[in-house]
Design a protein around this ligand. Sequence first.
Ligand code: F6R
Length: 613
Amino acid sequence: MCGIVGYIGKASAPSVLISGLRRLEYRGYDSAGMAILEDGSIVVSKAPGKVSALNDKAHADWPAERFVKSSTGIAHTRWATHGPPTEVNAHPHLDESGDIALVHNGIIENYRSLRTRMEAKGHHFYSETDTEVLAHLIGDRYQGDLFQAVCDALSQVEGTFGIAVISAKEPGKIITARRGSPIVIGVGEGETIVASDASAIIAHTRQVIYLEDNDIAVVTADHVDIRDLHQIPVAREVSELGFDAAAAEKGGFAHFMLKEIHEQPDSLRNAIRGRLDFNLGSSVLSGMGTSQRDLAEIQRVVFVGCGTSLHAGLVGEYAIEDMADLHAEVQQAAEFRYRNPIIGSRDLVVAISQSGETADTLAAVREANQKGAFVMGLCNVVGSTIARETGRGVYLHAGPEISVASTKAFTCQVAVMLMMALKLGRGRRFSRDEGMKFARAIESIPELVQKVIERSDSIAAIAAKYANDEHAFFIGRGPLYPVALEGALKLKEISYIHAEGYHAAELKHGPIALLQEGTPVIALANDIPGKDKTLGNVEECRARGARILGIVTEGDHEAMEAMDDVIEIPACHPLVSTIPTVVALQLLAYHIANARGCEIDQPRNLAKSVTVE
Ligand code: F6R
């Protein structure tokens, strides 16, 4: 949510900043801006809209030599919180003197009172943003030492921030700090890059330092000095990024979403590799940091997450109850800390988050820690805040997910939860043989997904028939119920078709009133327990004139006959079937959105990684 890049080094700062912003654009794309240092002053360019608009504007307004000469600057791509996405509200923001420029991710919660205080001192504000207040506050505290001024200002701020600051009076340095919003520093040779995520850094270096909350750093072209807000030096290790620049590029696909859908056989292989133990009929999830004896003590598993990750948790709930005879439930991360959850030391709380930065999920982790639960993370982004704060967990190894609509993270989350269910089940219920059978079913997932991906063209042909509809219903039962929710979420977020997911039995308790002649119902009628009942629900929909697109098991003629259109999924274990089924729904959503000409990787009003409540 919003992207920050800062550069100091030997290359053209505006060019590095623009290419960094392009890589971060998935985090926010309402407006963009950059500020560079030039001959003792700060020059700013901003534009509403995408990074390409900023690039055009800067090239139109700025002399060409500025692109060659300038080697220090900061930039931002915005997802608006305070004030609409106009040029005036775009970052960077300047202090009263115009000598200090700031880019900011997060929210300054006490900005109103700070602004009133500043106005009383004669400061003038031009934007509606909370960020401009912080720029003024830093300027107000400035007495010849930018680092000191930023420390003083931040000590007065309530809320969250990841910031980068430059001053015309102190060229050759960027000050950066974080509290609740990530900052990564890329340490290159004679150049340093500050960014809100590593994809803006990878083209320059793989050596990075992750700031921790309340760290503040002075960054020069060849040095990084990190301190706390009391200016006491803190040691942060340099780590190496686990992916290369190609992983953050489209690689010949029309969209990141399509690329990431196609990557799933590989990402699933990476998520599963080395984690199945066929000798013991169990799984090896060493990151859980538990002995089999500790696991035996667990009396309940609670999944917390948001959006797609929440849907993955719902599949996990089925898997744990089914395979491990253990009470499992899912709680919306956004509600968790506000409802006084009954959680204790024998509860395993699993925080599910692709980014590892989602504010509500992080808050749930902190609440669960307070209550003494056994907390673990299930994250994709290595070194992310949730991964670090949980201290134990299982990485997805899905590789960078750039598309705003999550795809490969969901399937890897489910695969990891199936392996958790295997481990917990083996300790409680399964024999070795049963465990081995389930391990084999998990091992087959990448191949099953590959088969669905090979049907992409026929799914596109079906999608064309549904691309002009404005409403759609997704129904499913058992572990396919959360998949119905996820299918509806994928369709609505990228195609803007109003789509709802329901338990197949729930439709007749109200929503069926919305069915009319031709209303699309996407029925997940795979051949798993409950299929016959789902087929009964399909008949109820048909009787009201609905058009049915069925997801069915390969060769299941009985199910096919009940449908107007079908997408076939290879036969597999009921829990495993959630993964190839969701891949079919991802492709369906993608092809419908593509047929409607939607901006698939940057859907309206959305941004990746929601770091505000
Ligand atoms: C939907 C989507 C979101 C995220 C949600 C949680 O396609 O991507 O619903 O799943 O914002 O994000 P993470 O998993 O990063 O915590």
